[in-house]
Design a protein around this ligand. Structure first.
Ligand SMILES: *Cc1c(COP(=O)(O)O)cnc(C)c1O
Length: 366
């Protein structure tokens, strides 16, 4: 016997989601974003499950890339923020990692490194342009001078990249402005373009360009708050499961848990679930946050504690200790739970802590 909390990872769903996004742009390519341990799903199992479908992967740091390499992943891996310090460059060159170049200081460091080693390196450079996100990247008017400097390194290939700030808002004009900006730059430079994150891939066909970079959609979460035809075909990859470990009946007026936040004016049954903020379930979850008990929605009651949370079972008189609980996943979308926690599905998935065992359902088994 062991604590019943487990995150089931359905690798078949991961493959389905990748194929769905790739099919949106058959003439282009799609890389799989595996940063933050594949959004909490496990970067290595995710990479292995996608190895024959995805031509490349993307992560946020050299450490994340190296972890995949050392465990046998031979694909090209894009470093989404490039390098943080010039001393990473020898390993990057040796492993052939693809580099996002977003700042002048990186251009200078790369140029200095190339001069010092005095031998050509087959760099693959993704040049980040700020088309409206205003986070990383060169202003479009500075691009010609940056390209002139990078061309001196005789890179193996160059590509223009940018990032959408509001593609999840289906009628916001910024996305079309960002698309137009990148179309214009592609025309001027003749370089291929990568713009689309999940929301842009799903809902903005003109944003798909040469390389799509989906993250959250691979894991089956819709980036949108309402229905969207493509996103509605995604399958959740992670299901966070636990069980009821205790049930108690309380009299009218009882206050449940820390601070007495949960109140039972008429009394009722309360179940205790083995899952808390020490596992990554958000403490911000408000009263009434949905939890599935035996497939039925029950409202969270009281504050989430470190190892446990409570649910109001008043309408489930048959519920018993040991009954199945789903915190989010196949039947309860994480993005819905996230709304009760004043956050987004991304933080629930990436916030799942290491003490929660991951149990993998292989594509063949699914
Ligand atoms: C994380 C990330 C993505 C993936 O974003 P999603 O919204 O999860 O699809 C794409 N591009 C860059 C540069 C990123 O950092």
């Amino acid at each position: 016997m062991t604590r019943p909390l487990v995150a089931d990872i359905n690798l078949h769903a991961l493959r389905h989601n990748f194929a769905l996004i790739q099919a949106l742009n058959p003439s282009g390519s799609t890389l799989a974003v595996l940063k933050a341990d594949a959004y909490g799903h496990g970067a290595l199992p995710a990479a292995q499950a996608l190895a024959d479908l995805a031509p490349a992967f993307a992560v946020a740091s050299l450490e994340e890339a190296q972890a995949l390499r050392q465990q046998g992943i031979t694909h090209p891996i894009l470093l989404l923020e490039g390098f943080f310090s010039a001393d990473e460059l020898p390993i990057i060159a040796e492993q052939g990692y693809w580099l996002m170049i977003h700042s002048q200081w990186q251009v200078e460091a790369l140029t200095a490194y190339q001069a010092q080693i005095q031998q050509p390196t087959a760099w693959t450079l993704w040049i980040k342009v700020d088309s409206g996100m205003h986070r990383l990247g060169f202003a479009p008017q500075h691009l010609p001078s940056i390209l002139a400097k990078l061309e001196k390194l005789a890179p193996q290939s160059m590509l223009l990249a940018s990032h959408c700030a509001r593609a999840d808002e289906l009628d916001h004009p910024l996305t079309q402005q960002q698309i137009s900006c990148m179309q214009e730059l592609a025309h001027q430079t003749g370089l291929p373009v990568s713009l689309a994150n999940s929301a842009a891939s799903l809902a903005w066909p003109a944003a798909r360009f040469t390389w799509q970079r989906p993250g959250i959609a691979l894991y089956g979460m819709s980036p949108f708050t309402g229905p969207q035809p493509e996103a509605d075909q995604l399958q959740p990859v992670m299901t966070l499961r636990s069980a009821l470990i205790a049930i108690q009946d309380y009299p009218a007026g009882s206050q449940i848990g820390y601070g007495g936040r949960g109140v039972l004016p008429e009394g009722g049954r309360v179940g205790v679930v083995a899952c808390g903020y020490g596992d990554g379930y958000p403490r911000q979850a408000v009263e009434g946050t949905p939890v599935l008990v035996n497939g039925q929605r029950c409202p969270l009651i009281g504050r989430v504690s470190m190892d446990m949370l409570m649910v109001n079972l008043s309408h489930l008189p048959q519920a018993q200790v040991g009954d199945q609980v789903e915190l989010w996943g196949a039947r309860l979308p994480a993005q819905e739970v996230a709304r009760y926690c004043d956050t987004i599905s991304y933080t629930l998935l990436t916030g799942l802590l290491p003490r929660v065992p991951r149990r993998y359902l292989n594509p063949a088994q699914a």
